[in-house]
Write a protein that binds this ligand. Structure first.
Ligand code: SF4
Ligand code: SF4
Ligand code: SF4
Length: 264
């Protein structure tokens, strides 16, 4: 079944796209997005927003599939795909995603709440050329710690974009440590903001009562204690508690849980 994403950034036709199973990242840029804008070259693609991951041109022939893209930390996340061209500085891009963790994440667990806050602060320091090698190292270390200790996939994925960006675009990071970035010097466009795509609360994770077998597996795995029910009867999700970590969707062996976009 096709899934809806919001495609934004440096493509000719940004907007809502419907992605069929097996569609490659290259097809998303070139066909669904109408190609790179202004004839510039592709640099990177961020998939899934603040808890998602980043890929480079080397991964363009992979399908938009959580398993295939797992090594880069990509997940459906907030359903937004952001494309960056060759002139975008990945320090600025990554910082925008880390900033978004501060409003998108629920703040329930200390590891994610404090860890992502500190990561975002260090990233802003790097943006303004005030960070050194030790700050950059600490940011990456924090990403690892949050990945290991956060309750849910949102926090666990918060460092993925930073990790890939710092490895694959090390020059951008080094330029900011050294105090001068040629990309930022010539950039006149605003930074592509993260977290301003499909409104996060326009999506809900729901259980289809016709498919649910009442096995309780999802309920036992939901750290937010958002799922309740009686064995062998359909379970329900309390939307006021759900933080949309999507753990339950992956766990349900009956395909009874899905994310839906609600009107309004
Ligand atoms: S529950 Fe998830 S989103 Fe909320 S603070 Fe913890 S890791 Fe972050
Ligand atoms: S894991 Fe699936 S089948 Fe089991 S209770 Fe949850 S929704 Fe129902
Ligand atoms: S109901 Fe599902 S998506 Fe929502 S917090 Fe629980 S495990 Fe995560």
């Amino acid at each position: 079944m096709a899934k809806t994403y919001l495609l934004k950034g440096d493509v000719n036709r940004p907007g809502r796209i419907s992605v069929e199973k097996g569609t490659t990242l290259r097809q998303i840029v070139e066909e669904l997005g109408g190609g790179m804008a202004n004839g510039k070259a592709f640099k990177a693609m961020q998939i899934g927003g603040p808890s998602g991951g980043l890929v480079t041109a080397e991964q363009l022939d992979l399908p938009l599939d959580a398993k295939a893209l797992a090594p880069w930390g990509c997940r459906r996340g907030d359903g937004v795909i952001t494309v960056f061209d060759e002139d975008r500085c990945m320090v600025m891009a990554t910082s925008a995603f880390l900033r978004a963790t501060q409003t998108d994440f629920c703040g329930k667990c200390i590891s994610c709440r404090e860890g992502t806050k500190r990561m975002a602060e260090l990233m802003e320091k790097l943006e303004t050329f005030d960070a050194d090698e030790a700050d950059a190292g600490m940011m990456l270390e924090l990403g690892e710690i949050v990945h290991m200790t956060a309750f849910c996939a949102l926090g666990k994925g918060s460092g993925s974009t930073l990790r890939v960006a710092s490895e694959e675009f090390a020059d951008d990071f080094q330029n900011h440590i050294d105090g001068a970035c040629p990309l930022c010097a010539k950039e006149t466009r605003p930074v592509i903001a993260a977290g301003d795509g499909v409104p996060y609360d326009s999506k809900q994770v729901r259980i289809d009562p016709d498919k649910c077998k009442g096995c309780s597996r999802c309920s036992r795995s939901c750290h937010a204690e958002a799922i309740s029910g009686v064995l062998k009867s359909p379970y329900v999700i309390d939307q006021s508690k759900c933080v949309k970590c999507y753990t339950c969707i992956d766990l349900c062996a009956f395909g009874a849980i899905e994310e839906v976009t609600i009107d309004g």
